[in-house]
Design a protein around this ligand. Structure first.
Ligand SMILES: [Zn+2]
Length: 244
């Protein structure tokens, strides 16, 4: 009897020794700076989905439910790392300053109507998606608000999402609330709240100003303290209050 107890205890403790070390910045309620800025190699799930596991599972459930109701949810964009966002930013910066001859600060204001500063995108987190309905025939850009409004090809789909997305944990981020500042209305951009709320909480604890001042992409030399403060206030935090 004594011996059995000993064997059992011994095997449990040797199993504990075999577990990988726990990194203090990777616990469930906390996220590393690299992860929050899109610079970490995070595990992504789902072919053509590329979300964190829990968000991917819930997305598939929502897709199934939408399909039953006659909509074919198509992913336009999901996870995007820092370097891809940097590419988007610099392409727009060059287009506005060199091709269109805009002043640097005006170009930055124009970019942040729809695009984020690299390192500040919710798409870095593996929780956010841009989606459309794959069924209707559509010409031109798909991510324009009019296509989701009355008479547009995604009108029915948007109404379905209004009714159902929150049941699956997906919330609209940039709503059409008239008093909201920051990014314009994006009826296609949803966030998986059970993961993105704690990630935003962790993100808010970072020194975003210091983080951005260390970066060296085109235009970043024009980021003043005042600019970054109002960007955080308007573009990062003035979102659907259910996501705060
Ligand atoms: Zn988006």
């Amino acid at each position: 009897m004594k011996r059995r107890t000993f064997v059992k205890t011994a095997s449990v403790s040797s199993l504990a020794c075999a577990l990988p070390p726990v990194f203090p910045n990777l616990s469930l309620s906390d996220y590393s700076i690299e992860e929050l800025m899109g610079k970490a190699n995070i595990e992504l799930y789902g072919e053509g989905i590329n979300l964190r596991k829990e968000a991917c599972d819930s997305f598939l459930e929502m897709k199934k439910a939408a399909f039953t109701d006659g909509f074919d949810i198509k992913m336009v964009s999901s996870f995007r790392d820092f370097y891809r966002q940097e590419g988007i930013w610099e392409r727009k910066y060059l287009r506005f300053t060199e091709d269109d001859g805009m002043d640097s600060l005006d170009a930055i204001d124009k970019i942040i109507e729809y695009s984020t500063i690299p390192g500040t995108s919710r798409h870095h987190w593996g929780t956010d998606i841009d989606i459309i309905d794959g069924y209707p025939k559509v010409t031109g850009d798909v991510l324009v608000p009019e296509k989701f409004e009355s008479g547009g090809p995604f009108e029915g789909f948007k109404l379905w999402m209004d009714e159902n997305s929150e049941k699956f944990g997906f919330y609209l981020v940039y709503t059409n609330e008239p008093k909201r500042r920051g990014f314009k209305y994006e009826p296609w951009h949803y966030s998986y709240a059970p993961l993105s709320i704690p990630m935003l909480t962790a993100y808010r604890k970072l020194n975003i100003l210091k983080m951005l001042q260390k970066e060296e992409f085109l235009g970043s030399e024009h980021f003043t303290t005042g600019f970054v403060r109002s960007y955080i206030q308007d573009n990062i935090l003035d979102i659907n209050p259910k996501l705060l």
